[in-house]
Write a protein that binds this ligand. Structure first.
Ligand SMILES: Nc1ncnc2c1ncn2[C@@H]1O[C@H](COP(=O)(O)OP(=O)(O)OP(=O)(O)O)[C@@H](O)[C@H]1O
Ligand SMILES: [Mg+2]
Length: 218
């Protein structure tokens, strides 16, 4: 059994690579054979992150490989239990390809309308091109400390007909520092931040597991 998930967004810098590494790290820790396909050959963010992780010999290892196209990446996907497509900065032709190949498509987003609107437009576009809406899930990244803002963002996504992970990831220097050190969001020095990231990862894992069970039953 091999599962492919994709992380995409309309806007750049919303936390795609961060979420890709978080999910891959949790599955790797559970003993799964995972691989992140870094599709951003210009920046190679996840690839460089892996190099920092390797230098500090951080366990579990989270292998990352760079690919110029989604098609090239997908050739090796069946070799892994979990294959994570870390999408390019902006939605491109490749975005639909990522979504078509993924059992679950994760759309990280900030909470401002400036972030939410393009995210919803991308989701609508994917659905219009044949991706089932229940295969999409939004994750709030870089949240502030306003509960009202968070509630409004959730209502916005709910009204648009999509689901989201209930726990929002706060914008924290410690998360950024962790990434700088080749660590995932569950590996910061702060237990409360690790727990929050773990809650997000666990929600995604639960969705992936349920999705998988549905597919096997079908
Ligand atoms: N919750 C957070 N708190 C603080 N910093 C964050 C958080 N999430 C992401 N970042 C930082 O924001 C920057 C962008 O994140 P990331 O690289 O994951 O986004 P991306 O969507 O993959 O970007 P790109 O579109 O360039 O591929 C990184 O420096 C990352 O460390
Ligand atoms: Mg990225």
């Amino acid at each position: 059994m091999s599962i492919t998930i994709g992380i995409v967004s309309q806007k750049g810098g919303v936390g795609k690579s961060t979420i890709a590494r978080l999910v891959a790290r949790e599955y790797a820790a559970a003993g799964w054979n995972v691989k992140i396909a870094d599709l951003d050959i210009q920046q190679g963010t996840s690839f460089n992150w892996q190099a920092r992780r390797l230098r500090r010999a951080q366990e579990p290892a989270v292998p990352v490989e760079r690919f110029g196209t989604v098609a090239q990446a997908l050739k090796i996907a069946p070799q892994y239990d979990l294959f994570v497509l870390d999408g390019p900065p902006h939605a491109t032709m490749g975005t639909l390809h990522i979504a078509e190949a993924s059992q679950l498509v994760i759309l990280p987003t900030g909470l401002a309308l400036d972030d939410l609107e393009p995210g919803i437009l991308l989701a609508h576009e994917l659905v219009r091109k044949g991706i089932p809406a229940n295969r999409l899930v939004f994750v709030f990244t870089r949240a502030g400390d306003s509960i009202a803002e968070e509630d409004e963002a959730k209502a916005y996504i709910r009204q648009a007909g999509y689901r989201f992970v209930d726990t929002a990831l706060p914008e924290k220097v410690a998360y950024r520092r962790a990434s700088d050190e080749g660590l995932a969001l569950t590996e910061t020095r702060f237990t409360s931040l690790n727990a929050k990231a773990d809650a997000v990862a666990q929600s995604l894992i639960d969705i992936i597991t349920a999705q998988q069970q549905e597919e096997e039953a079908a």
